[in-house]
Design a protein around this ligand. Structure first.
Ligand code: PMV
Length: 313
């Protein structure tokens, strides 16, 4: 059996995080500059069913049987074998690596699961279709997020900009005029589960206020889709600023995120907001090519720990 190597991109949410968990639309795009990579290769001389997992960045070098049921790497492999209806595969080894920062709102968990599902199913000789790959990554997300909307696994599996509504079939759309994004890291890890849990509690104590915020964010996501399809990138920027305001009202921003967002806005970005679960992780800014350097400098001075440039097209 030959070795198989697969990779899956990172992602950012442009509009609608948190509100998407409660049925509002959201927009996410793949970020191809960062990725998770998985190589599946035969384990010579090992008996059937033995699966070795090597993930040096998280200090894992073990037989899968030694990893707990809640380990996300083992969970992705087990879910893939279950989808393939295989109990005793030929012995193989998975080497897992990723350039996607962990717990930063860039989809590292979903990207690793997608790459595992693709590598394992290709190695076994039965590559799974996108729909099944996405479903496997969603199952693994549930272990850690509790109530994921499904947006991460969807955008990462299909590698296209998506307009996502929980529980509905995937909708893609055309980007009329490509636009550039600057993604900047606060350097503060922020597990999504905690921010999502806090929003749920806040919703329970102030249902009317939060329902209203969610609906307003949903309206922004709808307008943003129209703006992207019409090539109105200036408008896209103002919608981002507006969306960030609502995320602040929901208490999922932080002083560090606000500082980066404000620095980008003051240095000439068309718009900026936090992206993903919030509290820490990354912010994004839509920036005209000519203003990139000025915005990068300003964000750096405001404390960014890392930056990625990407183009949405
Ligand atoms: O922090 P991330 O990028 O994994 O995204 C979380 C997005 C939320 O809307 C907050 C949660 C979800 O499951 O959609």
């Amino acid at each position: 059996m030959p070795a198989f190597s697969t990779s899956a991109p990172g992602k950012v949410i442009l509009f609608g995080e948190h509100a998407v968990v409660y049925g509002q639309p959201a927009i996410a795009v793949p970020v191809k500059e960062i990725s998770a990579k998985v190589i599946a290769s035969p384990l010579i001389n090992a008996s059937r069913g033995v699966i070795r997992i090597e993930a040096p960045q998280v200090s894992i070098d073990s037989d899968m049987a030694e990893l707990s049921d809640t380990d996300p790497l083992a969970a992705a492999v087990r879910a893939t074998l279950k989808a393939l209806e295989i109990e005793q595969p030929p012995a193989f080894k998975l080497h897992i690596s990723s350039s996607i920062p962990l717990a930063a709102g860039l989809g590292s968990g979903a990207a690793v699961s997608v790459a595992i599902a693709r590598a394992v199913s290709a190695f076994i000789g039965k590559p799974l279709p996108d729909e099944r790959v996405s479903a496997i990554a969603f199952e693994v997300e549930k272990l850690h997020h509790g109530t994921p909307s499904g947006i991460d696994n969807t955008v990462i599996t299909y590698k296209k900009p998506v307009y996502f509504v929980r529980g509905e079939p995937i909708q893609t759309f055309q980007v009329a005029v490509p636009f550039s994004l600057l993604i900047a890291d606060t350097g503060i890890p922020s597990p999504t589960r905690i921010a999502v849990g806090d929003v749920r509690m806040a919703l329970e104590s102030e249902p009317e206020r939060f329902d209203k915020i969610f609906r307003q964010i949903g309206e922004i996501a709808k307008k943003a889709k129209n703006a992207i399809e019409a090539g109105e990138n200036q408008k896209l920027g103002s919608l981002m600023n507006e969306n960030h305001g609502y995320l602040k009202e929901m208490n999922v921003s932080s002083a560090e995120l606000d500082k980066l967002v404000e620095a980008a806005q003051a240095a000439g970005a068309l718009g900026a907001k936090l992206s993903g679960g919030g509290r820490g992780g990354n912010m994004i800014a839509v920036v005209n090519t000519n203003d990139f350097e000025a915005v990068e400098k300003a964000i750096q001075a405001a404390g960014a720990k890392g930056m990625i440039r990407t183009t949405v097209q």
